[in-house]
Design a protein around this ligand. Structure first.
Ligand SMILES: Cc1cc2nc3c(=O)[nH]c(=O)nc-3n(C[C@H](O)[C@H](O)[C@H](O)COP(=O)(O)OP(=O)(O)OC[C@H]3O[C@@H](n4cnc5c(N)ncnc54)[C@H](O)[C@@H]3O)c2cc1C
Ligand SMILES: NC(=O)c1ccc[n+]([C@@H]2O[C@H](COP(=O)([O-])OP(=O)(O)OC[C@H]3O[C@@H](n4cnc5c(N)ncnc54)[C@H](O)[C@@H]3O)[C@@H](O)[C@H]2O)c1
Length: 444
C-alpha cells in the first residue's frame, strides 16, 4: 500500500480548511495546510471580520443620528482611527489560528501549491504527498479589463484604506459594492455606484433590493443604472471614470464586479477536473472527478451562497466523510445571508421569488414591521418583512429589510430549518422586550 506524508492535505488555510481540520486531527489523521498568503484566508484578513469592524462605526452613527438629538453630537466618523482599530483587531487572527492548529499537531507549509499528480502537491521545490487532498483555495476579485484598470482598487485594497477619499466611484452593486458605498457615505465620502444593469443584488427579491437602493439614495449615495464602464483616466484632481452614461470624477475607484475562483494554475486540467471562473465541479459528496480530491468553500461551483458559514459547513462535512463519521451526500441546511448596509437586507430559506413562482406550494405573508412597538424603541423608521410558509403552515423562508434584519433572520433560522409548526412556536418564551422577541412574535 502506498504511503503518504499526510492523510489529508488542504490547499488553502481559510474557513474552508481550518474549520474541518480539527475533526480530522482529533480522529488521529495526519493533516497539513498549504497556504500562499495569510493563514485564515479572506474572511478574517480581507473579508467579513475586517469589514464588520469598520462597519460598526456606521451602526453607531446611524443610531445616534436616528435619536433626533436625544443623544447629542454629529456622529462624524474618523475613518483613519476606524481603520487603525480594524487593523489592530484583525492582526491577531493569523497567528491565533496557526497556533491553534499546530496545537492539534497540524502542519503548515507556506507557498503556492499546485498538483503534480492526484496525490502530490508541489510547493516551491518541495513535493508533498497525501492520501486525500482538499482544494480550499477560495476566490480573488474580478478585475475589469478596460483601459486604466491599473487605477482601480479591489476590496482587499479598500479594506486597508487609511484615509477616506473625497469622491469615490464604485463599479458593481453586489454585496461588496453596496457595503462599501454605505460605509464610505457614512464616513463623509461622496459616493457614486455604477450598475451595468437596472438591478442590484440579484440574489434578493427586486422589491427589496430597490427598497435598499432607495434608502441609500436618500442617505446621499448616487446610483447610475444601465451604465457600461469603458475606461478610467488619470486627471489633475484624481480620476475620471468613463461610462456609456457619462463621466464620473473620483479620488478612489473601486472595482466591485464580482469574484473569480482560484483554480487556474492548480494543474487541474491534467487530472481531468473541470472548472471555470465560477468554481470547480464536484459531486454531491464534494468530490471532484478524481475520487481522493475534494473541494470546499468558495472554490466549489455551486448554487449555495458563497459565505463563510457555508465554507465551514462544507469543511466539516468533508472532514466527517474522511473520518467515516458521515457517509451520506451533503445536505445543505437553510443558509442565512445579510448585506451589511444600513438598513440591512437579509434572507434565509425559500426565496420570495421562488415562493411567488409556486403559489401551489407556498403562502407569502407580508409584515409591516413598524407595527412592532420595539422597532420604535430602537429608532427604526422603515422596514419590511416577508414570511414564506408551506401548505402545512411551517415557516420555510423569510426576507427582511431593516436595521436589525440580520438578527431577525438569525432568530427565525431554527424555525425555517426545522419547519416549526405554530404549536411549537407557541412554546418559545423569549426575553422581552428584545429584537429576538420581535422575531418570533412576528410569526404568530
Ligand atoms: C470583502 C468581503 C467581505 C465578505 N463578507 C462576508 C460576510 O460578511 N459574511 C460572510 O459569511 N462571508 C463574507 N465574505 C465571503 C467569505 O469571506 C468567504 O465565503 C470565505 O472566506 C470562504 O472561505 P474559503 O476558505 O473557501 O476561501 P478563502 O478564505 O478565500 O481562503 C482560501 C485560501 O487559499 C489560499 N490559496 C489560494 N490558492 C492557493 C494555492 N494555489 N496554494 C496555496 N494557497 C492558496 C489563499 O491565499 C487563501 O488564504 C466576504 C468576502 C469578501 C471578499
Ligand atoms: N455580507 C456578506 O455576506 C458578503 C459581503 C461581501 C462579499 N460576500 C461574498 O462575496 C461574493 C462576491 O461579492 P461581490 O460583491 O464581489 O460580487 P457580487 O456577485 O455580489 O456582485 C458583483 C456585481 O458586479 C456587477 N458587475 C459585474 N460586471 C460588471 C461590469 N462590467 N460593470 C458593472 N457591474 C458589473 C454584477 O452585476 C454584480 O451586481 C458575494 O457573492 C458573497 O458570496 C458576502
Amino acid at each position: 500500500m502506498a504511503t503518504y506524508d499526510y492523510d489529508v492535505l488542504f490547499l488553502g488555510a481559510g474557513h474552508g480548511a481550518f474549520d474541518g481540520a480539527p475533526i480530522l486531527a482529533n480522529a488521529g489523521k495526519k493533516v497539513a495546510f498549504v497556504e500562499r498568503e495569510k493563514v485564515g484566508g479572506t474572511c478574517p484578513n480581507w473579508g467579513c471580520n475586517a469589514k464588520v469592524i469598520l462597519e460598526n462605526a456606521v451602526s453607531l452613527q446611524r443610531e445616534l443620528r436616528a435619536s433626533d438629538g436625544i443623544v447629542a453630537g454629529s456622529g462624524e466618523i474618523d475613518w483613519t482611527k476606524n481603520m487603525a482599530r480594524k487593523k489592530e483587531i484583525i492582526s491577531i487572527f493569523p497567528n491565533a489560528i496557526q497556533s491553534g492548529m499546530e496545537g492539534l499537531g497540524i502542519d503548515f507549509i507556506f507557498g503556492d501549491g499546485h498538483f503534480a499528480d492526484a496525490h502530490t502537491v508541489t510547493v516551491g521545490d518541495r513535493q508533498v504527498t497525501a492520501e486525500n487532498i482538499v482544494i480550499a483555495t477560495g476566490m480573488h476579485s474580478h478585475r475589469l479589463d478596460i483601459p486604466g484598470a491599473e487605477y482601480m482598487h479591489d476590496s482587499k485594497d479598500f479594506l486597508s484604506l487609511d484615509e477616506a477619499p473625497q469622491q469615490m466611484v464604485i463599479i458593481g452593486a453586489g454585496y461588496i459594492g453596496l457595503e462599501t458605498a454605505a460605509m464610505m457615505n457614512a464616513a463623509g465620502t461622496d459616493v457614486t455606484v455604477i450598475l451595468r444593469s437596472d438591478r442590484a443584488l440579484p440574489e434578493f427579491n427586486q422589491e427589496y433590493s430597490e427598497a435598499l437602493l432607495a434608502s441609500l439614495t436618500k442617505q446621499g449615495i448616487t446610483f447610475v443604472k444601465n451604465s457600461e464602464t469603458t475606461a478610467v483616466e488619470q486627471t489633475a484632481a484624481g480620476f475620471a471614470v468613463k461610462t456609456s452614461t457619462g463621466i464620473y470624477d473620483a479620488n478612489y475607484v473601486l472595482d466591485a464586479t464580482g469574484r473569480v475562483v482560484n483554480a487556474a494554475g492548480l494543474g487541474l486540467e491534467k487530472l481531468g477536473i473541470q472548472f471555470d471562473d465560477h468554481g470547480i465541479e464536484v459531486n454531491e459528496y464534494l468530490q471532484t472527478a478524481v475520487s481522493n480530491i475534494y473541494v470546499t468553500g468558495d472554490a466549489i461551483k455551486k448554487s449555495q451562497p458563497k459565505l463563510t458559514p457555508t465554507a465551514t459547513f462544507e469543511s466539516q462535512y468533508v472532514a466527517k466523510m474522511l473520518t467515516g463519521q458521515e457517509t451520506a451526500a451533503i445536505d445543505y441546511p437553510a443558509i442565512a445571508t445579510n448585506v451589511f448596509t444600513s438598513p440591512r437586507l437579509a434572507q434565509a430559506g425559500v426565496t420570495l421569488d421562488e415562493a411567488a413562482a409556486h403559489p401551489d406550494q407556498y403562502d407569502i405573508v407580508e409584515k409591516d414591521i413598524m407595527d412592532d412597538w420595539y422597532r420604535l424603541v430602537d429608532y427604526e423608521k422603515e422596514g419590511k418583512l416577508s414570511l414564506i410558509y408551506n401548505k402545512q403552515h411551517q415557516l420555510v423562508g423569510a426576507i427582511e429589510i431593516s436595521e436589525h434584519a440580520e438578527d431577525i433572520i438569525n432568530g427565525l433560522l431554527p424555525a425555517i430549518e426545522f419547519g416549526y409548526t405554530p404549536a411549537q412556536l407557541n412554546r418559545l418564551v423569549t426575553i422581552f422586550p428584545t429584537i429576538g422577541y420581535s422575531a418570533i412574535g412576528d410569526l404568530l
